[in-house]
Design a protein around this ligand. Sequence first.
Ligand SMILES: Cc1cc2nc3c(=O)[nH]c(=O)nc-3n(C[C@H](O)[C@H](O)[C@H](O)COP(=O)(O)OP(=O)(O)OC[C@H]3O[C@@H](n4cnc5c(N)ncnc54)[C@H](O)[C@@H]3O)c2cc1C
Length: 311
Amino acid sequence: MSAELILQEHEPLAPYTAWRIGGPARWFATATSPDELRRAWRWAQQHDQPLFVLGGGSNLLMSDAGWPGLVVRYRANAQHLTVAGDTALLQLGAGAPMAGTARKVAAQGWAGLEWAEGLPGTLGGAVYGNAGCYGGETAAVLAEATMLMPNGAVELWTPEQLAFGYRTSRLKQLHSSGQPLPLVLAGTLRLQRDDPQRLAARIAEIAAARKSRTPAGSSCGSVFKNPPGSTAGFLLDQAGLKGRRVGGAQVAAKHANYIINVGGATAADVLRLAEIMRSEVLRQLGVELELEVRVIGADATVSLQQHGQTL
Ligand SMILES: Cc1cc2nc3c(=O)[nH]c(=O)nc-3n(C[C@H](O)[C@H](O)[C@H](O)COP(=O)(O)OP(=O)(O)OC[C@H]3O[C@@H](n4cnc5c(N)ncnc54)[C@H](O)[C@@H]3O)c2cc1C
């Protein structure tokens, strides 16, 4: 790789994840532009190394064995705003932080991303899992995405091609089925002109709501998806799981759908606790919960798979 794209060996991945869990990457690099990500992709192809692209690390459980190939942390955050009257299109590198971008455009009088205030992670991760909260979701604002295809071609994808659903997309579905994954290089978001003061007030309201609901400590947000007609947090609370602990992993007292790393938690601890949570809700309440977070890496087979979960 070139001088600008520094390749590290045996880099511990825990510091790059919100849970602070995970073994080392055999190879590791940070790409700050689409071109750098393409070069990293080519290097992985040429050296026959499996590639994993990391955004903010806020919606994954990295295995204790780490990643056997190349992990690229994608940090491309170039922005370009094209204004047409009272609407605008924001072209954004997929490594850009969602929350920071939401605040930045709101301060300039552009509405559309306020819901993402406080949402950890990058645009790429938000597209992958159709991140959403406080009445908004990625699918509703994304006009198109620039994709690096598994054959090296660059394509523009529409939201229809991304096949968004509740906390899912075609990318997540391809990943689940073990197929080669297209990467998001950049995205274009639709914005509307609005009063900056009104937007600032809405953002402050969401920030306060998030602060009051989010448990302190290292977590990955919601562990399970909400089942139809209920919330996973409510069901887990009903099943008496708040405070349950395995090793360094504990169900938060404030929100039963959060697992906190209370100190030295391993991926195996989290998976064992998640399995207790899933099986207790099924046994006591008859509802099958589905994991929202993704288990990544060499020993990801130590998982809920034996119970029919899609990891
Ligand atoms: C405290 C807390 C609160 C949270 N609250 C919410 C919430 O309210 N709503 C919500 O939806 N989520 C929430 N989350 C989860 C998380 O913030 C989102 O899922 C976020 O969109 C993940 O983005 P990321 O960049 O961190 O992705 P990562 O965790 O880095 O990656 C997730 C997946 O996306 C893939 N990916 C990342 N970038 C790319 C790319 N450029 N191209 C292709 N694939 C890519 C990765 O390979 C991986 O498979 C919360 C998390 C935390 C820790």
